[in-house]
Design a protein around this ligand. Structure first.
Ligand code: SF4
Ligand code: SF4
Length: 370
């Protein structure tokens, strides 16, 4: 497909990373309902990966076995980090074709490239391999997903002008971030004239709901639109964006996204001003200045994972109350190691280079999570 055709694809992509589950297994009946709603509304782009557990098989059952091949696009990805030889490329690829029931992939990506795994992709000639697969018709469009600096992105797009598109992590909170670099990476991709697929537009669900006082501001400007819709609109209205992926887990999220993208309108001046305020509010949230050095962890008599708890508590302070923070807390704080199990011995405070009042912080975290 040429660049113009890629940019004509309906902009909502169905990310299959967080499919609904029942008794620990992907709930195919619910996935069928979501696929049907998505297709019925004219959307076509499905995003799976070798490492999204069960997702390739679910795609086969819910989409490939139920819809004609020419009515949808599937993107799959090669995880460089599982490769131990050049031969593994074909092994993984064949397994993906078997799992999905597809002869070819419309889009194929080198998965999650960053400095630390780039060597593997180079070592096994993954770039050349991708082109060969394209020549054979087994891949129709070849690209990569990326999680690193704009400088590295620029280098890769210069070294590999052959790629058809690039997938980037973009959302309104990370636009000026010095770690995610959404805005700068977007500009690099634009300079190289590559269609952009956006991942994590809602920042892993963090922007789907916000602190009550922030939501109130947004609702005052646009009462009838969901909080998540602001994040989707921000991404979908950027120039050169081919698809905005959303890892949808519920019919409700699906319907909201369909509604947002089908009726896509740019932000009004009032909405732009509001979003700027929202971004400032979020970025200026006072949080606990823990650097994650972990000096405090070993000496805690109750083995409380202090930095992990603080990290989760900071997310709560920043974005408001999300179920995912409670799950993250549960994972960090098992029985006997909860924030509330702190006995205020003071060991951690005596060693913390940031001089944090850890016992007090843990009391507050305990009120939220225990
Ligand atoms: S004050 Fe609490 S968190 Fe810190 S070392 Fe003692 S028990 Fe652990
Ligand atoms: S010592 Fe202080 S800064 Fe380091 S991880 Fe513990 S709480 Fe955070």
């Amino acid at each position: 497909m040429n660049r113009e055709d890629l940019l004509k694809i309906p902009k909502l992509g169905f990310g299959l990373m967080r499919l609904p589950k029942k008794n620990g297994e992907i709930d195919i009946n619910r996935v069928n309902t979501m696929v049907d709603a998505y297709m019925k509304n004219g959307f076509t782009y499905f995003d799976t990966a070798y490492v999204y557990q069960g997702s390739e098989v679910a795609l086969r059952k819910s989409l490939v076995e139920r819809y004609p091949r020419d009515s949808f696009f599937v993107a799959d990805k090669m995880p460089g980090w599982v490769l131990n030889s050049k031969e593994d490329l074909l092994k993984v690829f064949d397994e993906q074709r078997k799992r999905t029931g597809l002869d070819y992939f419309d889009f194929y990506l080198l998965h999650s490239i960053e400095k630390s795994n780039l060597d593997k992709y180079n070592k096994y000639d993954c770039w050349e391999w991708g082109l060969k697969m394209k020549e054979k018709g087994l891949i129709r469009n070849f690209g990569f997903s990326f999680h690193d600096t704009p400088e590295l992105l620029d280098q890769l797009l210069t070294e590999h002008p052959e790629v058809d598109f690039v997938q980037l992590q973009i959302n309104y909170i990370d636009w000026d971030s010095n770690t995610v670099h959404s805005g700068k990476c977007y500009e690099v991709a634009r300079r190289h004239n590559k269609p952009i697929i956006i991942m994590e537009p809602v920042k892993g669900g963090n922007l789907a709901s916000l602190r009550p006082e922030i939501e109130k501001k947004m609702k005052a400007v646009t009462p009838d639109k969901s909080i998540a819709s602001w994040a989707m609109r921000f991404c979908a209205t950027l120039d050169g964006v081919m698809v905005v992926l959303s890892g949808m887990s519920t019919e409700e999220q699906m319907n909201d996204n369909i509604n947002t993208i089908k009726n896509l309108v740019p932000f009004s001046d009032a909405e732009k001003a509001c979003l700027k305020e929202v971004i400032d509010d979020i970025l200026n949230t006072p949080t606990v200045g823990c650097t994650g050095c972990r000096y405090c962890v070993d000496g805690c008599p109750n083995q409380i994972k202090i930095p992990d708890i603080i990290k989760t508590y900071n997310s709560y302070l920043t974005y408001g109350d999300h179920e995912q923070y409670h799950s993250a807390y549960k994972e960090a704080a098992g029985d006997g190691h909860r924030a509330g199990d702190c006995i205020a011995c003071g060991q951690c405070e005596s060693i913390c280079p940031q001089h944090l009042e850890i016992t007090d912080i843990l009391k507050k975290a305990s009120k939220v999570f225990d």
